[in-house]
Design a protein around this ligand. Structure first.
Ligand code: HDD
Length: 714
């Protein structure tokens, strides 16, 4: 196949997608049929007389309607809702000691990438702010072929064996009899399944944490989840775990806020990513790896092949090896974000799999799903899926084949084609699987080394700050509160009790039931030990009791930047222009954006008589769509107390623990609001107008993201 240099993936310089597909210049860009026939009337179908029946011979109408009737493809079974972006990956230090993958060896290579973030449970039109794990899939267009790192924003998974994946997904998706609820795990079937699957408890801690309600796709960590292998040019293997660390830190929103965002703007994350890239605020992540020598495989108190376990950073530090920058939005959502086809089996020489039974099942599933979703084994020819490496083989034909293969030879070995294409030896870059020794009986069993389901769930819980622990308890109380079957709630309390008895007791209290004392021991369904294939979960003594890297609030990767944060300025006619100016410039200098909100669009007239452009009205703006609030000074500001939406705005901002700043008359608005206690140090006030010191302390406060301590007083 001819691989011209100019592909849509050639975007390392931020320009791509110039698909020169029959492109005409603007002057003669006539409307045509798909066969290129110029259309004279695109408004009326061909009829027998003005008021007569339509004619079957109207090939233009038929072509248009037929295409329309077929313009949807099946949405993804999971991860249906997604947002994509182009960018590039750059290496800091050569990893050649561990891997021979070219893009991880040569610092001069800028590897194009396409990333798709997604939610798992909801359908394509569902809300962005569902409580859910986020997909974090990266397609690297390397010079040695495509490498897909198809991960999530959480480092572990619900289940250990791919055999359970359809069950998990059936349980979490809308219930089949009435297709309710959409994009939500708070219902009976999900918790029924979970309550019978103790192996899910570690992941449950993650999805009940604020990681499952991110502030932005740009503020999430990413993980490859499984243990993979790096293979170097001496054919030595090291185990590797992949991490993405966001430059903007890892932040979540409040659960009540998430639910309100879903109503105010269900495209919140999609839009946030789109606007950041359009504004040139290109999101960045650093790629980190945890590398473990083969000889250390059995050194841990868990099995490296078990995807419900993470390797604590305290035991194996994360080495940062490069960075990814997303610098271009797709030109067409369907062509790129919808048609992109990821597959954990898309690997390049230097990277290989392990025997993680979840990964092994995935290696089958993804090609299979592309066949049903994209409809053809030729999905690799869709522009977004094309490799930039030279591609030659004897695969032919199939639905919608784009390549016009020349010559009569389509087999190997051949002499008629001069033997082409040739097999590549290892030193010519040929992919050779790691020569792992496997000597075993054929069994349907799970390794006993997979049976500790609670220690890392407890490690995660114990690593959280008290605020984060409260959020987990509240999330569980919400979710289990929505469960109708009491026995499911009880079983869950039994499992939570194995993680942390205080957590179980707190949740039990809100459910109005006691933690059951006589609950049967949790059973590992399918983990073979007794005749029925069940085995009691084991508890294994852990090397460490707490890991700061697991907490969003303690995590050292969190930066104090307020770059790209959106700050609402609550204004009205008669506002002091100086007060706005000082705060706005200070915020802008810190990389944040001030958004002027007023009772009407157009312009407002300041106390000084100048005109100030208004960006949103109180009818449109909602606190949940902003990171902080500022009320400037000015006589006209006093009128804000009369506006119902302003009161709601401030109440929400306060309840969601946002930082609020106000000057002079603005302070009075806060005092008039009975819910807001001015003593709270998350509310910053000054009796002076245009106070630079206030601006400085507001920016410092915003760097903490939220004043979560306020929750105790609410
Ligand atoms: Fe999966 C999509 C991530 C387990 C089967 N998965 C999909 C996507 C992500 C993940 C990010 C969306 C890719 C995109 O944006 O197009 N999946 C994971 C992770 C897993 C995982 C991190 C566990 C560690 N998945 C998993 C299992 C199976 C699947 C065990 C089946 C045996 N996943 C699929 C799929 C999807 C998919 C059905 C749906 C759409 C697609 O593949 O292209 O094949």
């Amino acid at each position: 196949m001819k691989n011209s240099k100019k592909t849509n993936q050639d975007n390392s310089d931020g320009k791509q997608n110039d698909l020169e597909y029959n492109k005409s210049n603007a002057e003669n860009e006539f409307l045509t049929t798909n066969q290129g026939v110029k259309i004279n009337d695109n408004n009326n179908s061909l009829k027998s007389g003005e008021r007569g029946p339509s004619l079957l011979e109207d090939f233009i109408l038929r072509e248009k309607i037929t295409h329309f009737d077929h313009e949807r493809i099946p949405e993804r079974i999971v991860h249906a809702r997604g947002s994509g972006a182009h960018g590039y990956f750059e290496l800091y230090n050569s990893m050649e000691k561990y891997t021979k993958a070219g893009f991880l060896n040569d610092k001069s290579i800028k590897t194009p990438v396409f990333v798709r973030f997604s939610t798992v449970a909801g359908s394509r039109g569902s809300t962005d702010l569902a409580r859910d794990v986020r997909g974090f899939a990266v397609k690297f267009y390397t010079q040695e072929g495509i490498f897909d790192l198809v991960g999530n924003n959480m480092p572990v998974f619900f289940i250990q064996d791919a055999m359970k994946f359809p069950d998990l997904i059936h349980a979490v998706k809308a219930e089949p009899h009435n297709e309710i609820p959409q994009a939500a795990s708070a219902h009976d079937t999900f918790w029924d399944f979970i309550s019978l699957m103790p192996e899910s408890m570690h992941m449950i801690m993650w999805v009940m944490s604020d990681r499952a309600i991110p502030r932005s796709l740009r503020m999430m960590e990413g993980f490859g989840v499984h243990t993979f292998r790096f293979i170097n040019d001496k054919n030595e293997s090291h185990f590797v775990k992949f991490h993405w660390k966001p430059k903007l830190g890892t932040h979540g929103v409040a659960w009540d806020e998430a639910q309100k965002i879903s109503g105010k703007n269900s495209d919140f994350h999609k839009l946030d990513l789109w606007e950041a890239i359009e504004a040139g605020n290109f999101p960045e992540w650093e790629l980190g790896v945890q590398i473990i020598p083969e000889s250390d495989e059995h050194k841990f108190d868990f099995d490296l092949l078990d995807p419900t376990k993470l390797v604590p950073e305290e035991l194996v530090p994360v080495t940062i090896v490069g960075k990814m920058v997303l610098n271009k939005n797709p030109d067409n959502f369907f062509a790129e974000t919808e048609q992109v086809a990821f597959h954990p089996g898309h690997i390049v020489p230097g990277i290989d799999f392990t025997n993680d039974p979840l990964l092994q099942g995935r290696l089958f599933s993804y090609t299979d799903t592309q066949l049903s979703r994209l409809g053809s084994p030729n999905f690799h020819e869709i522009p977004i899926n094309r490799t930039i490496a030279p591609m030659h083989n004897n695969q032919r034909d199939g639905h919608m084949r784009q390549e016009i293969a020349k010559g009569k030879v389509s087999y190997h070995p051949n002499s008629l084609g001069g033997g082409c294409p040739f097999q590549a030896k290892m030193d010519q870059g040929g992919f050779v699987s790691f020569n792992e020794r496997v000597d075993a009986h054929k069994v349907r069993e799970r390794s006993k080394s997979f049976s500790d389901h609670f220690s890392q769930a407890a490690l995660f819980y114990n690593s959280q700050t008290p605020i984060e622990q409260d959020h987990i308890a509240s999330a569980l109380s919400f979710e289990l509160g929505k469960v109708e079957t009491v026995s499911i709630r009880e079983r869950m309390l039994g499992l939570l009790n194995h993680v942390d008895s205080n957590l179980a007791a707190t949740v039990a209290k809100t459910l109005g039931i006691a933690v059951p004392k006589d609950i049967e021991k949790p059973i590992n369904h399918g983990v073979g030990a007794d005749d029925e294939g069940n085995q009691e979960p084991a508890k294994v003594k852990q090397n460490i009791g707490s890991s700061d890297a697991l907490s969003m609030l303690k995590n050292p990767t969190i930066s104090n930047t307020i770059a790209t944060r959106q700050i609402a300025f609550l204004c009205a006619d008669g506002v002091n222009a100086d007060s706005i100016k000082v705060m706005k410039i200070a915020l802008q200098n810190a990389g944040a954006k001030a958004v002027i909100i007023a009772p009407h669009l157009g312009t407002i007239v300041s106390a000084e008589g100048t005109e100030i452009a208004v960006e949103q009205t109180y009818k449109i703006a909602a606190s949940v769509l902003f990171d902080g609030v500022f009320i400037p000074s000015g006589k006209g500001i006093a009128d804000l107390s009369k506006i119902k939406e302003v009161k709601e705005f401030l109440n929400d901002a306060y309840h969601h623990c946002k930082f609020i700043a106000a000057e002079a008359e603005g302070v009075q608005i806060l005092k008039n609001n009975s819910d807001i206690k001015a003593k709270d140090s998350g509310v910053l006030t000054s009796e002076n107008s245009a106070d630079k010191l206030l601006a400085t302390s507001f920016i410092k406060a915003l760097g903490r993201h939220r004043f979560w301590e306020r929750e105790k007083t609410l």
